[in-house]
Design a binder for this molecule. Structure first.
Ligand code: KG4
Ligand code: ZN
Length: 334
């Protein structure tokens, strides 16, 4: 089975041609530059950029793969959650190719695809925990099987990636803030600022990051934005985020243990899993407790079409006729 997948839920336009046995014939990720000057994603500009680039990279993918549209068995695209304009462009494009080729179209959930992304390059035991860290979501899932993904905790306000981006903007760094903060933090001292850790000691598995962002905004107003200050605040921010994540995972494991659910694997997925400092902090702590930390391959961490193709390949396509056919900004994993 040969799958053609599209991802356009936010500001990455991506296509992938993947065979059932994981062979990737082509995988193109185009990160839209237009948002940099606005310090964040502008949905209308994202839609226009997807329209401009999607056809080009589709042609390029067929060209470099040596495959033709007629050889594709299944067309698939992200249908949510995400920005509705971008979602409609990608999914309608894929559906049109499917109709034109008289082949099925399979709608795919973006979050589920992030959660399943490490199963492409790792053998994961079930159940395992998944820490999902993206620009729009911060969630802890219990992955009982590829079909049964249970939400245990989530952010009550901002997502981690969003917080990185907002803090980056406050510090005068380029969008997206995540990679920029990670770079600046390399030369910073992580104990320079004592930042708040909301909900840390509450007995639930939810996160809150908006207070952290507000506190950083206050510190920025009271100081001169020079390189040393930016590096120190970036390092202290990363330290604080990793402390919050670490504590919540510990709490989750404890709660699961009380229910006799033993976990030996934790996956970290989504754009923020690119952050080597955070991944290392979590790894260093949990590997001593005999919990394996697994990550997706680098090109499946940030938004990409390969994880959409892989999720589609893992579906029972005999029942795909009944899957939702609409693009929705707020799909939840059932
Ligand atoms: O998963 P993703 O590509 O898109 C969504 O589904 O939202 O995640 C994007 C987020 C952005 O907020 C970006 O700043 C963050 O991932 N990110 C990082 C790093 N690389 C990307 N955050 C921290 N450190 C990084 N190295
Ligand atoms: Zn994503």
């Amino acid at each position: 089975m040969l799958v053609f997948a599209i991802e356009t839920s936010c500001d990455e336009t991506s296509v992938c041609i993947m065979r059932e046995d994981k062979k990737i014939y082509s995988h193109i990720i185009f990160s839209q530059e237009v948002h940099k000057q606005h310090g964040g994603v502008v949905p209308e500009l994202a839609s226009r950029a997807h329209l401009e680039i999607l056809q080009k990279i589709t042609n390029q993918a067929f060209k470099e793969s040596g495959k033709s549209c007629q050889e594709i068995d299944v067309f698939t695209a992200t249908c949510g959650p995400g920005l509705i304009g971008p979602l409609l462009i990608g999914s309608t494009f894929a559906k049109s190719l499917a109709i034109g080729s008289d082949k099925p179209f399979v709608p795919i959930n973006h979050i589920e695809s992030h959660v399943l992304s490490p199963t492409f390059n790792n053998e994961l035991n079930y159940p395992h925990l998944c820490l999902l860290l993206t620009g729009g979501h911060t969630e802890i899932y219990l992955v009982e099987s590829k079909q049964k993904i249970v939400l245990l905790g989530e952010t009550l306000d901002d997502a981690v990636g969003e917080t990185f981006d907002k803090v980056g903007k406050l510090l005068g760094l380029q969008y997206p803030g995540g990679p920029e903060i990670e770079k600046m933090a390399l030369n910073g001292n992580e104990i320079s600022f004592n930042l708040p850790t909301p909900l840390l000691h509450e007995n639930n598995l939810n996160f809150s990051f908006s207070g952290l962002k507000t506190s950083i905004s206050k510190i920025v107003k009271e100081n001169e934005l020079n390189e040393i200050f930016i590096s120190n605040l970036s390092a202290s921010f990363q330290f604080c985020v990793s402390k919050i994540l670490l504590e919540k995972i510990k709490k989750t494991l404890k709660k699961l243990k009380e229910k006799s659910i033993e976990i030996d694997t934790l996956s970290i997925v989504g754009g923020v899993s690119n952050n080597k400092y955070i991944a290392k902090k979590i790894k260093n702590y949990f590997e001593k407790k005999n919990i394996k930390i697994l990550l997706p391959t680098r090109n499946m961490m940030s938004d990409n079409a390969a994880m959409i193709a892989w999720n589609c390949i893992n579906k029972d396509l005999s029942s795909s006729k009944d899957i939702y056919f609409k693009a929705s900004p707020r799909l939840v994993i059932k």
